[in-house]
Each structure stands twice: as structure tokens, then as C-alpha cells.
Design a protein around this ligand. Sequence first.
Ligand code: 1HN
Length: 367
Amino acid sequence: MIRKRPSLWLKTRWHTKDRTFVMDEARKAELKDYSDKIGKNNLVPLWDRLKTLVTPEPKSPCQAHLWQYEDIRPVLLEAGHLLTAKEAERRVLILENPGMPGESKITTSLYAGIQLIMPGEIAPAHKHSQAAFRFIIEGSGAYTAVEGEKSYMRKGDLILTPNGRWHDHGNEGDEPTFWLDGLDIPIVQFLDASFMQHHSEETHEHVINDGDSLARYGSGMMPMDFEPVSNTSPVMKYPYDRTRENLITMKEAGNPDPCHGYKLMYVNPVDGKSAIPTMGAFMQLLPKGFDSSAYRSTDATVFSVVEGTGKSKIGDKTFNWGPNDTFVVPSWHYVQHFANDECVLFSYSDRSVQHALGLWRQDRGNR
Ligand code: 1HN
């Protein structure tokens, strides 16, 4: 039965400051009974939820955090003696955000892990809907092969694994090799679009030489009549020696950005957009003594330190970092970097997704 209550508005006081109604206990109980009743039919009053659903600014469970390489390296090596890469499929320690325990996420939209492959090992070929990149931290002689193109790893290289392509790893050298894996797992999970397949052979046939795609697509030229097969960059490896040289040349020209120092984005040479559609990746150089202006943006960002030591103030916390450490800056948290030495920082985020959807915002620190 619907009761008419013309006098309802008289019973309610409106708090303009926090936009809430003040109700007496009887009315609160009445509304609680109502929501319990309709809940049985899987119905929920929006008036109970609106404030948490639509926030005036980003409010994330993601926390600022630093993972020191010295805490990861020895325990990952220990795993190297506990199980083979083949047994594990991928021998990886997930960098799990302390604000989202059990979720295998470093930010709400991104995954990060540190992977180890021991000399002589292979990690078998598979493919999946999730896109990945490898950012090399330590060791050489190992490779990632994507549909038969082997990219040998050196510190600071970025190697792509576009979604849906066969990929395997191997270590032909004599050093354990460590890298940071970045994947768009939470995005694919959110969209319920995950498929995965194992290859019938342990490794895909290796038929294309290291550097082949870089030569064809990544040198300011393109093969005649080239038709891209996807919106991921056709360049499989962005070698650090090139990236570093570009940053040094920019530094020599001077005029650093107050927030970023000298910063470059890894792009798909076909369209100038992000090299991987679901993940933006960047490399920046901070000159010795650089003290960046406070900056915040809506893309929570994962940083991996390549060279140098320094510290970052993220919100009200300060983290001291050095080579191979990883840290995360949550969405819409002010970040300010201080470089003790000349520093090089790799980073990645979901900026490309937010850009594509018209959601991305930044604030260059005019507080
Ligand atoms: C994967 O395929 C790799 O290929 C690494 O190295 C980490 C995490 C979840 C799902 C697939 C790799 C992964 C992954």
C-alpha cells in the first residue's frame, strides 16, 4: 500500500554543509526496513550508495608503496631453487598493493610482478588476452620471443608482448635474469574478456632475428605498403641504449619540465599513440639535484628506478629509492621527486585508457 505523506518535507532538516538529511530514529528505522525488504529482490536504494559511487574526486583503495629490490632479489632467487620456470610456468613474485590484499593488483587497473629465469631455463609458450611488457632489471643472455621474434634482454630495455600473441622466454646466458612484468590483467578481468591457451610445443619456433621489428618499424621509416595487424606497436623491443641517449641529448639542450624533468613516452610509430593500447609507458631523466614541482594525475603510476638514488613524496609519505626499486603513486595523489644523483625512472600507468575514454586529468601543482 502506498501511503501519501504530504507533510514529509516538514520532518526533514537539510544540512547544506555536507549535503545530508537529518532524520529521526523512527524514519531511519523505516528506511532500513524498506531497504531490507527490497534487498530480497536484489534491489538497492541509490540514495544509500550515491556518495560512494560518485565521489567529488578519485578515492582509491590503492596505497602509495615502495618495494625495495634488496627485499625481492634474494627471495626470488630462493624460489629459483624451489621450482623450475617450466614447473611454475612463470616464476614471478607479484607486487601486491597493501591496500588491495588478495587482488594481485599494484593499482586498481594494473598488475606488476618481478620475474626470474635461471640460466638454461625456458618458460613455455602461451598466449592470452592480457597484454604485457617486460622491463629488464638485471642480467643478460635471456630473451622473450613473440611469435618467433627473439628479443634479447639488457637492463633498461622494454620488450612488448601484445595481447593474443604466442610468447615464451629463455635464458641462454649464465646469469639469473630479472625483469618487471607489467600487465593489464585487472582491466581484462573487469571486462570479463580473458582467454588463454598453451602452445602444443614448449617454445614457438624462433624464426625472426633480434631487432628485426625495430629495424623495420622503429627507425622513423616503415616497410612499403605496411598494414598494421593490431593497435599495438609493431616494434617488439625498445632498447635502453637508444632511450638513454635520447634523454641525455634532451638534458644537454636544457629546459627540463618542472614536474617531469626530461620525459618520453614509448609510442606506437604507426599512430603515435601508446605502444600498448591498455598501458602507457614512460622513461624520464631527472638531473642531479632536481626537485620536481608537485604533480598529480588520475592515472595511478608504477615507477621502476633504473639509475640513481632519490626520494619521492607521495601524499604525506616519503619513500627513499635506489636502482631496481619499484614504487606506486595512487590516482590523484600529489607526487614530488628529489634526485640525489642523475636519475632515470621508468614508469607505466593506464593513462592511454583514460585518454581514449576522455577521463584523464592532471594538476601541475598549483596548490
Ligand atoms: C604471463 O604470461 C607472464 O608471459 C608473466 O611472462 C606474468 C601474469 C599473469 C598472467 C600471465 C609472461 C603473467 C602472465
